[in-house]
Design a protein around this ligand. Structure first.
Ligand SMILES: Cc1cc2c(cc1C)[n+](S(=O)(=O)[O-])c1c(=O)[nH]c(=O)nc-1n2C[C@H](O)[C@H](O)[C@H](O)COP(=O)(O)O
Length: 501
């Protein structure tokens, strides 16, 4: 397609449109055509999703799932066909579907940012204004979402034993995490597919983290590329890498070495997701546009519209085990932490394996349902470590359901170094962009200052286990306000007029 002068002749939409089958499949991404015929069987999301856009412009569906450098990294240059004259490409008329019209109406009526007074307010607004598939992906938990609800309600079972008559005129809640000084003991945890909620994606979280001097954990499955996120960091801003270990260890080695070279200050290996959990809201939202190769056990006829998560996670190695830790220690000097540890025995093993820390976490309730909350596991772990004189051998973090500064304070009283926060910043970003993330972080700082004063602690070191009462923590009778199980399943009667959705 290159004429004899230097200016390549652009491909026409008609020309691309002829290649719309499994036998010859071209797609357009951001005004350039790519021959993906040979790639079809290798696509983690299955061939179906690509074939749906064969011969057409697939940019809109492509962006939230694939970092911008994906084609350069994974598609041989000989299949890069060059520029397309987009004037000759008929754009899919997005007939206004009523659901989208209604969503646009809700966006017009959404509350102004100043009306958000706590992190849950962002979730309430995001639920109304986000695209269905994006809301489904961010808000879903595994199976009956019991663990997802338990994560936050577990904090409701811990009560304070505040000190009084302590001079709290000056309150300092700064701390260090893996040696980095941070303003407040939380970090932005790794959550995949940031562009589902906001077209700019995770760079918004990078900017918010910089403004509030907290650390961002960069997800393996970010919509933005790793380098975009590191480039978006300013000055000595610290970032960590969250790693899903690839079956192909050469790829993993390359990712880890590159992250270290780019200055990452911590490697968090996710250990609670040998297979991504079944998130039914995500599946119900029929992520058909992404398809997915659900463990590709049933050949081509398996229903593949099972959510984005499955589509993007077929590379994760379920064989990862303790014997792999020395290999990681041989390929990087970064501190290594295990994200998703859920019992004290594994914390002891982590110390014996010589890793620098663990995150007590159940992946935000998106993996094993009925896994205990991070805060409950923390209450199990710390007394054992203290008893064995091991509490200074490792940094302990928790995540899951942290929505208030009192949740952060409870975790620190029990001995955590800090906490990870996920969904609140996703919802703030999705509803209000960077101003939303900025306000969410500032709200936590305001709450932190007030609650440190009221508990009688002038600095982080003043927080200790005597300031919390955790006797009720392991009772799991959680009040579930509107239990969809009973309302929608167990004892729900289908009335004569009720529409069975
Ligand atoms: C909300 C959310 C969480 C994800 C997440 C995506 C979303 C939308 N994704 S996931 O697609 O694979 O499940 C990741 C991920 O990439 N890697 C990871 O280690 N944790 C992942 N997590 C878990 C996250 O790091 C925290 O453990 C969890 O979000 C903490 O709970 P809260 O959301 O309640 O703060």
């Amino acid at each position: 397609h290159t004429s004899n002068d230097t200016q390549a002749v652009k491909l026409s939409g008609e020309e691309v449109g002829k290649h719309n089958s499994r036998e010859s499949c071209w797609v357009i991404i951001h005004g350039r055509a790519y021959d993906v015929t040979e790639f079809l069987p290798e696509h983690p999301g299955g061939a179906k999703i690509i074939l749906k856009y064969a011969g057409k412009d697939a940019s809109d569906e492509y962006d939230p799932i694939h970092p911008p450098d994906t084609l350069d990294k994974f598609l041989d240059k000989k299949f890069h066909l060059g520029e397309v004259d987009m004037n000759t490409v008929e754009q899919e008329t997005k007939e206004e579907d009523p659901e989208e019209q209604e969503r646009q109406e809700r966006i017009k009526r959404m509350p102004i940012l100043e009306q958000c007074y706590n992190l849950m307010d962002f979730e309430a607004v995001a639920r109304r204004v986000m695209k269905r598939t994006a809301w489904a992906y961010y808000s879903s938990g595994a199976d009956d979402e019991i663990t997802m609800r338990e994560n936050h309600s577990a904090f409701h079972k811990i009560w304070f034993r505040p000190r009084v008559l302590v001079d709290v005129e000056k309150v300092d809640f700064s701390t260090t995490m893996l040696g980095t000084k941070v303003d407040i003991p939380f970090y932005v945890t790794a959550t995949a597919l940031g562009k589902l909620g906001n077209p700019e994606g995770e760079v918004i979280l990078t900017r918010g983290a910089k403004k509030h001097n907290v650390i961002q954990m960069i997800p393996t499955l970010a919509s933005c590329s790793f380098d975009e996120l590191v480039d978006a960091a300013e000055g000595n801003q610290v970032q960590w890498l969250q790693l899903y270990v690839n079956k192909n260890r050469d790829i993993t080695k390359r990712i880890v070495e590159h992250a270290e070279k780019r200055g990452c200050k911590g490697l968090f290996i996710t250990v609670d997701a040998p297979q991504l959990g079944r998130r039914e809201k995500d599946m119900r939202s029929k992520f058909s546009d992404v398809g997915s190769n659900v463990q590709s056990t049933g050949g081509h006829d398996v229903d593949r519209s099972q959510g984005a998560a499955r589509a993007i996670s077929s590379f994760i190695d379920p064989a990862l085990s303790w014997k792999d830790i020395p290999w990681f220690q041989s390929i990087t000097k970064m501190p290594i932490l295990l994200k998703g540890v859920q019992r004290v025995e594994d914390v002891i093993r982590a110390i014996e394996a010589g890793v620098q820390g663990v995150v007590l976490s159940n992946h935000g309730g998106r993996q094993l349902d009925f896994a205990r909350s991070g805060i409950e596991v923390l209450a199990e772990v710390m007394p054992v470590l203290r008893e064995r004189g091991l509490e200074d051998k490792i940094e302990i973090y928790i995540d899951g359901g942290v929505r208030r500064a009192t949740d952060i304070i409870k975790a620190l009283c029990l001995g955590a170094k800090g906490v990870g926060i996920g969904r609140p910043f996703l919802f703030a970003m999705s509803a209000y962009g960077l101003p939303g993330v900025d306000r969410a972080m500032q709200l936590l700082k305001d709450e932190m200052e007030m609650n440190m004063r009221l508990i009688g602690a002038a600095k982080i070191e003043d927080l200790d286990p005597t300031m919390v009462d955790t006797r009720n923590l392991s009772s799991h009778t959680t009040v579930v306000p509107t239990d969809t199980l009973s309302l929608g399943a167990y004892d729900a009667l289908i009335g004569p007029k009720e529409k069975v959705s």
